[in-house]
Design a protein around this ligand. Structure first.
Ligand code: MLT
Length: 265
């Protein structure tokens, strides 16, 4: 693990392998270890950078609201630090919100996009209120309640009942998250822009992945992105919920490596 001081905080990241750069951005309330299996699969042919977003993993937190734009600025600062001019930028769920914000602000730095289990829309008013309540809850009670409530929405019922090691890993990741980091990200997600109109402007190769049973960002959201992003590729991952890279690693990695290899150097 490495750390760099950027934008007034210490950000942790992993920089593994050599080859064309791929930056993978984790979702909420996870950390860079979400991508361990993808790093393993890619590192012999790609340079894979996995940051811990502000407030997550081994990165510092900052109080208040951490917007998707701020997170995108942190990611580009890590790329600057590593001397990476352009990369494939991928994100899962909140990481996808950050990837879209990244594209909006730094499109010349994006060689291609990977949008996994995510969506372009902003939150509804109701969802914004729920986020504010969850932020309060994280700060007053810690991550236990949030992790328990989220788990059944993250994984398929089959995985919850038959794959305790997957359940444990997802839960452990959530429990490691600092409540103040989770709260700031929740408020940031509530404040995020609607990126639907950006989709038609995306002119880099784009891979969209989604678990067939994703209960948080359903397949319909990925179908919308696929329709709007010219030339995009859509992979619906059978037997997976919201954390499709964890639940169906082989299928996810096959689609990801196939997409990356086609891009060339
Ligand atoms: C995530 O997995 O990053 C979050 O569940 C996304 C969200 O709550 O909108």
């Amino acid at each position: 693990m490495s750390q760099v001081k950027v934008n007034n905080i210490a950000l942790a990241f992993e920089d593994t392998g050599t080859g064309p750069a791929v930056v993978l951005i984790h979702g909420y309330p996870f950390n860079r270890s979400l991508w361990n299996e993808q790093v393993e699969a890619l590192k012999s042919e790609f340079r894979v950078v996995t940051p811990d977003l502000r407030g997550f993993g081994d990165s510092d937190s900052s109080a208040g609201t951490v917007t998707m734009d701020q997170m995108a600025q942190d990611v580009v600062a890590v790329m600057d630090h590593l001397g990476i001019q352009q990369a494939v930028v991928g994100g899962l769920s909140m990481g996808g919100y950050v990837a879209l914000a990244f594209y909006k602000h730094f499109r010349e730095r994006v060689k291609a996009l990977v949008l996994a289990d995510t969506r372009p829309q902003a939150d509804t008013e109701e969802a914004k209120q729920t986020r504010a309540q969850q932020a309060e809850k994280a700060l007053s009670q810690g991550m236990g309640g949030i992790a328990d409530a989220m788990l059944p929405k993250l994984l398929t019922p089959e995985t919850v009942s038959k794959r305790p090691e997957v359940v444990k890993r997802v839960r452990d990741m959530m429990m490691r998250t600092k409540p103040e980091g989770a709260a700031a990200a929740l408020l940031g997600m509530a404040a995020r822009d609607d990126q639907t109109s950006l989709l038609g402007e995306i002119d880099v190769p784009t891979l969209i992945l989604v678990g067939r049973d994703d209960a948080i960002t359903p397949v319909a959201d990925s179908e919308t992105m696929h329709r709007e992003i010219a030339g995009s590729q859509l992979e619906v991952v059978e037997g997976a919920g919201h954390v499709s890279n964890f639940e169906q690693t082989a299928v996810f990695n096959h689609a990801l490596t196939g997409f990356l290899k086609k891009l060339g150097d």
